[in-house]
Write a protein that binds this ligand. Structure first.
Ligand code: ZN
Length: 135
């Protein structure tokens, strides 16, 4: 009887994009493509406009400022993010796709303006919750 040959499984299979992409690289590629499109999603622009007021401080170049929903402070444009109240979540396989798209392209009531600090805090909290769910 022939010796059973041990088939060495390649560490990571690359079934996508003409054999150049792993499954996870493929899904992060799709994820970033969708995220890019969400920059032109109108509710996101509207959400930011709603949180905006004319700036009257000393910086002559700054025309507007934005209020963080969390800490209620006012910030320049560069220090705020439009946040998905329900995070779009992970996109690791085709099954994640419908939910991910629904959450990413939500309407204005699913969005809020957060300053970088509050946004980081929220992102970290969500990450921690995800981690704790795994164990
Ligand atoms: Zn804040």
């Amino acid at each position: 009887m022939a010796k059973k040959r041990k088939i060495k499984k390649p560490r990571v299979a690359k079934p996508r994009n003409a054999g150049t992409m792993t499954e996870s690289a493929f899904w992060s590629f799709i994820r970033s493509a969708l995220r890019q499109k969400s920059r032109w999603w109108k509710p996101i622009t509207q959400c930011k406009l709603k949180a905006r007021r004319p700036y009257k401080g000393p910086n002559k170049r700054q025309k507007f400022e934005y209020q963080c929903k969390e800490c209620q402070q006012w910030f320049p444009d560069k220090q705020v993010n439009v946040d998905h109240i329900t995070p779009a979540g992970t996109l690791r396989c085709a099954n994640d796709l419908p939910g991910f798209v629904e959450r990413l392209f939500c309407e204005i009531d699913g969005l809020q303006v957060l300053c970088s600090k509050c946004h980081d805090k929220k992102t970290k909290k969500e990450k921690d919750e995800l981690e704790s769910r795994k164990t």
